[in-house]
Structures are given as structure tokens and as C-alpha cells.
Design a protein around this ligand. Structure first.
Ligand SMILES: [Fe+2]
Length: 389
């Protein structure tokens, strides 16, 4: 995040006694927890708990979370059709991995039930893209509402529960990042503010607006994912016992429909769609926009070979002008080194168009991506040959 937030009760200085508010269970202090990125070298928040966040009663193994990938095969374009993946598990346990490498994992999830246990990812930032459904992300920073087409950015080590409103469909794309997910540095001025001309501003980034203190002494399980294994921690109190916090680290939402597209008389290159950046990859938003308006403009992207980049598109909404055969919830993977471009007929078909209503999420990764065994079930084997008339 690029800006400072402060909620609830916070003392005048860091690392001093924060005495109970008058009336709260007698004399005592709230317990400080410093939540950091990159050790202590980057952004941080300071959180004040009713109880020390270290009160663990029991630790038990909870299984493995390793992803199995297909062995190396021929180099080819891939199309996964995931609209009809089964509903299963909850927003954590129901995830089906699709593509990944050492920097990032992309999964799909259509939860069948409410999240059973609190969860924290100890080794990855998570971006939940809400394809369908609305609800609230509950964390110790306070409740954070979300709606369709929100990116919900969750810093690593945030304990959370995703609650979808009953009766609404729940459909997620999940991006787990080994490195910190942030605003592209090119969008920031030297003062740390989002530049004029960037495709969004601080007003489009929404953090929690209230504290949701839970004061409950009870055994509360928290499922922790780290390095391919799951561990269940039984806490002796509810970890959302926070009375206040301040800082730069907290979960926030950004809605894809708030992305201000950059357009021109001729086709603009993919970096204009960039939304977030992380070590090893970028996240981009293909938002509805006016198409190129030079009288002879070719309004769909030119063929290219993704030099030193693997490119995944996740199709969210609308008609995608340069593609045939893709549908909502399709993924395409166009790996480095082999050309892809508009499908036959799409250049001519786009000539009279002035706008596109497409909405898609794109990841460009700097290291090769691998297809997960679980995701390969949804493969469309005819896709690599779909450019032949
Ligand atoms: Fe491309």
C-alpha cells in the first residue's frame, strides 16, 4: 500500500505502554504486535491486541499443500475452461491450482460452504479476485467488504476468514505471490503518492474503515500454510482481539471497474494495463475501453512471442475481440518464444467497433509457468491449432 491508515485506539508513540481504556477489565495494557514486510526493511503496521498474539495451546499437522505440476511437455499454448469447475470445500480448502512457478500460483475456487477455520498464508501475499459474489473479508485489521470484480489484496501473515453473503454465488481467482504485491513503482511519484495520470489513485484503494474487536476466550483454530505444508494452531483466544492499529500494511480492495484505461489512436502495448507488481510477475487489468481510433487502426493486438515472459489471461466478462472459443472463466497461457495473435477473422470483425466491453485479468511472469495436474483436467486440446483458418 502507498498510504497510511489508522483505526481504533493507538498510543501517542510506538513501543510505549498502551494502557486499557477506562472501564476495560481493570488496569493493564494492550499488547503490541509489529506486522512487517521483508523482515523489518519495508512497510509495517503496529497492531494492539487485548491478549498477546502468542498464546498457542496446541499445534498439530494439517496435511500437505504442495502443488503437483505436469511434467515438461511440448511447448504450446494452453486453454483451460474452468467455468464449470465443481463447487467444493470453502474459500481456502476448495482451491484448484491451475498454473504456477516459484513466484506465483494461480488457483480457481467455487466454495461450496462457509469458511470453517481461520486461515493465514505465512509465505505468500494473496490476491483474491472476486469473479462472482459479495461479502466481507474478516481480519484482525477489521472487516473489509468486497464485491464482484474486486481485487482483495491480503498481505502474508494476515489471519482471515472470507464470508460470502448467503445466497450469492461465490467464484474466485486466487493469486498467491511469493514476493510482496504492491503498486508499480512507475505509478508513484518521489513522494510516494500515486502519480497524476496513473490508471488509479489512492481513492480507488479501500482498506478497512472500522475495528471489529472480538473479545473471546476460547479455543480458536487457525490453519497456517507455509512451504507446502499446513499446520493447525489452536489459539487460546480469538485472534481478532485488536483495539487499534496504524501503518502501511493492511488488506485492501481495488475494483477492476475503477481501472482507468489508457487508449490511443493506435494499439497501446500491454504494460498500459498494469495494475500490481510483485517479484517475478505483474498483474494487469484489461478493462472496458474505447478502441483505437486512427482511420486505419487495427483494433486487436498484433502477433507477438512474449519474449522472456509467460502470459496468462483469465477472462472475466464480456466479449474478447481477439479470441475465438474462449468464454467466461477461461484461462489462456501463451508461453514465451512462440507467436500468438488475433484469431482469424477478428481483425475484420473489429473494424466497425468503437468500444470493447471485455474485462480480463492478465499475469505476465518472468519465469516459465507450469500447468497444475488438477488444472489440466479442464484443457481444451484443440487450442494450439485454433489459428488455422
Ligand atoms: Fe499476448
Amino acid at each position: 500500500m502507498s498510504h497510511y491508515l489508522r483505526l481504533g485506539s493507538v498510543p501517542a508513540k510506538r513501543h510505549i505502554e498502551h494502557r486499557h481504556e477506562p472501564g476495560y477489565k481493570g488496569e493493564g495494557i494492550y499488547y503490541e504486535e509489529v506486522v512487517t514486510l521483508a523482515g523489518f526493511a519495508r512497510a509495517y503496521s503496529i497492531v494492539y491486541h487485548l491478549k498477546p498474539p502468542t498464546r498457542v495451546k496446541k499445534i498439530e499437522p494439517a496435511g500437505l499443500a504442495a502443488v503437483e505440476y505436469l511434467p515438461p511437455d511440448t511447448l504450446k499454448h494452453v486453454h483451460l475452461k474452468t467455468r464449470e469447475i465443481p463447487t467444493a470445500g470453502d474459500a481456502v480448502t476448495g482451491r484448484i491450482p491451475m498454473f504456477g512457478n516459484g513466484d506465483v500460483l494461480m488457483s480457481r475456487c467455487r466454495p461450496a460452504e462457509a469458511q470453517k477455520e481461520l486461515y493465514r498464508n505465512a509465505t505468500a501475499d494473496e490476491v483474491l479476485f472476486i469473479h462472482r459474489g459479495k461479502g466481507t473479508l474478516h481480519t484482525h485489521f477489521g472487516p473489509l467488504p468486497f464485491k464482484p470484480f474486486d481485487y482483495v489484496v491480503i498481505p502474508r501473515c494476515t489471519t482471515y476468514r472470507v464470508d460470502f453473503e448467503p445466497g450469492t454465488p461465490a467464484d474466485l481467482l486466487i493469486i498467491e505471490s511469493t514476493g510482496t504485491v504492491g503498486i508499480p513503482p512507475t505509478y508513484l511519484n518521489p513522494d510516494g503518492q500515486v502519480r497524476l495520470g496513473a490508471p488509479y489513485s489512492e481513492r480507488d484503494l479501500h482498506g478497512p474503515t472500522e475495528i471489529g474487536t472480538v473479545d473471546r476466550e476460547a479455543d480458536v483454530p487457525v490453519l497456517v500454510k507455509a512451504d507446502g505444508r499446513l499446520t493447525r494452531y489452536i489459539m487460546s483466544h480469538h485472534p481478532f482481539d485488536v483495539v487499534g492499529w496504524d501503518g502501511f500494511v493492511y488488506p485492501y480492495t481495488f475494483n477492476a471497474d475503477d481501472f482507468e484505461p489508457i487508449t490511443g489512436t493506435i494499439h497501446q502495448p500491454p504494460p498500459i494495463h498494469q495494475t500490481f507488481e510483485a517479484p517475478g510477475f505483474v498483474i494487469c487489468t484489461f478493462a472496458p475501453r474505447y478502441l483505437d481510433h486512427h482511420p486505419q487502426a487495427i483494433k486487436v493486438p498484433y502477433a507477438h512471442s512474449n519474449v522472456e515472459c509467460d502470459e496468462v489471461l483469465y477472462y472475466v466478462r464480456g466479449h474478447f475481440g481477439s479470441r475465438r472459443g474462449v468464454e467466461e472463466s477461461s484461462f489462456t497461457l501463451h508461453p514465451r518464444g512462440i507467436p500468438h495473435g488475433p484469431h482469424p477473422g477478428t481483425i475484420v470483425a473489429s473494424r466497425p467497433m468503437t468500444r470493447t466491453d471485455e474485462l480480463a485479468v492478465m499475469l505476465d511472469t518472468f519465469r516459465p509457468l507450469h500447468t497444475a495436474v488438477a488444472g489440466a483436467k479442464y484443457d481444451d486440446p484443440s487450442y494450439p491449432y485454433s489459428w488455422v483458418d
